[in-house]
Write a protein that binds this ligand. Structure first.
Ligand SMILES: O=C(O)CCC(=O)C(=O)O
Length: 270
């Protein structure tokens, strides 16, 4: 890790976000950009068609279903350790998508990623998200804009209002991690090149995932994932209970996993 873990957790608690540098190298970043370009062409994905996703931005969702190139992203230890700190070790992948902000894109409305959840604020973290910089992120090319400390606010940001924000500038190979209540949004791109990032988003194991991983990823692909990735996709259960099928985890039921203990096992007399 570029700096001590405790520095990152202190920033997450105080500011609602932190940046990890040097998580991956430029070669891997460039290879992932190429992979995304090929995917967009193969899947016929073009620019967004609404102001939130951006009219000059290309987003590809459900990346685990489309290519093995993205498989190691959800379990990256440096990032996942921070996510465990914010949520807990039984967190889930909420969504895994790419966001390529093209030249001429305007700033995305500032929002909080947990604002669709009808909970009074501030509340315990339900979401913890990250942005992998596959290209350099600069103020000029649309680096994610954040409102430091806003994760403790007692409300969500007013949509389309102006909010004082700062750009989370970072070189390719860095990862921005933030508390799901942080006010933020993609920046405007005033350059002639595209800002490419991967939005690796997590939620607590007891809330619903944004992208339905159990239906969205073909089971033949999930079967080839290691146990940790299967559990992150929602094929385990939270605290031995939430998400079970007839007192089994989905992974036990579907893939014969024998490693999970269920809540009921804790109270067996035999
Ligand atoms: O692209 C970005 O930097 C942020 C995007 C974002 O916050 C979102 O789409 O929810």
């Amino acid at each position: 890790m570029d700096r001590p873990f405790a520095e990152h957790t202190a920033e997450l608690e105080r500011d609602g976000y932190t940046i990890l540098h040097g998580v991956f190298d430029r070669g891997r970043a460039a290879a992932l950009v190429d992979e995304l370009g090929g995917l967009a062409a193969r899947l016929g994905i073009g620019h967004g068609t609404n102001g939130f996703e951006g009219y000059s931005t290309v987003r590809i969702y459900n990346l685990l279903a489309h290519s093995a190139a993205f498989r190691s992203i959800p379990t990256e230890p440096a990032v996942l350790g921070l996510v465990h700190h914010v949520l807990d070790a039984e967190c889930l992948i909420s969504s895994l998508s790419s966001i390529a902000i093209g030249p001429g894109e305007v700033a995305q409305p500032i929002h909080a990623d947990d604002q669709v959840m009808p909970l009074p604020k501030p509340h315990v973290a339900t979401v913890c998200n990250s942005m992998w910089a596959l290209t350099d992120f600069t103020e000029a090319n649309g680096a994610t804009r954040v409102v430091p400390g806003s994760h403790t606010a007692d409300r969500d940001p007013e949509y389309r209002a102006d909010h004082d924000s700062v750009p989370a500038e970072m070189p390719a190979g860095s990862v921005l991690v933030w508390h799901g209540s942080l006010w933020h949004g993609g920046g405007a791109n005033h350059t002639t090149t595209t800002r490419v990032g991967i939005a690796m988003n997590y939620c607590a194991g007891w809330v619903r995932q944004q992208e339905n991983q159990q239906l969205g990823i073909p089971l033949d692909i999930v079967r080839t994932f290691d146990r940790r990735l299967q559990k992150l996709c929602g094929f385990g259960v939270y605290r031995g209970l939430i998400g079970h099928i007839d007192q089994q985890t989905p992974a036990q039921r579907l893939f014969g996993d024998s490693s999970s203990r269920m809540l009921w096992d804790l109270d067996r007399q035999d």
